[in-house]
Design a protein around this ligand. Sequence first.
Ligand code: ADP
Ligand code: ADP
Length: 232
Amino acid sequence: MIEIKRLSKTFPTAEGTFTALDDVNLTISDGDIYGIVGMSGAGKSTLVRCINLLERPTSGQVVIDGEDMMALSTRALRERRRSISMIFQQFNLLMQRTCLKNICFPMEIAGVPKEAARKRALELLDIVDLPDKADSYPAQLSGGQKQRIAIARALASDPKVLLCDEATSALDPTTTRSILRLVQDINKRLGITVIVITHEMTVVEEICSHVAVLEHGRVMETGTVEEVFSNP
Ligand code: ADP
Ligand code: ADP
């Protein structure tokens, strides 16, 4: 479970300070597909960086499985960060490496032996339904296929949480649906908690069970998708 408690983040500016996140409270249960929706500038990226432990909040807590992340050493934080994987709008694949080598990359960093990494990467290519793309380069793939490779790479570190940051924003509606179905399938089959950050309500409506609406750094509403999106 991820608990965001009274989290605020301010940035220094020429005029004083700017509040990017203001007293944010969220509870994300294990196995959930949780949507965080908001317009540009709402504070989504800042919240993502706080959840994936890249940014220290100004105040408040990020508690993961009962453990306060703010209380951990830098070294322990780096270790915890490995249980949270991300996918992005621009895929962020390494263009000079084959798909297989892209998927192996996080395992290489973690010190997994080459042959074991290769075997796991091939399994992951099956999971994302691109078994014949091991030796292709990212430039030879469509956007949807690139995102599938990025998903395989994200899964290579056996994460507990998959953070999807505008992961379908560069894709057409049909491809978006197929990527969302894959994410849903991964959530069910592998039991990975999914957090979906997006400016698109339709994405949230399509796969999320719970949603938080972020506006000007504040959580305006939280609840099930039905509760938040039903028109009274
Ligand atoms: P979103 O991802 O929803 O578009 P962001 O989290 O990127 O929102 O930004 C929220 C607000 O915080 C924006 O107004 C942005 O300009 C401001 N902001 C983000 N990072 C910084 C920073 N490092 N310094 C100053 N202001 C920032
Ligand atoms: P993005 O465009 O990905 O949302 P930003 O432009 O908001 O990122 O931030 C750029 C960089 O500044 C990031 O690497 C972020 O970690 C760093 N950063 C943000 N806030 C702070 C801060 N308060 N102090 C130091 N570095 C910061």
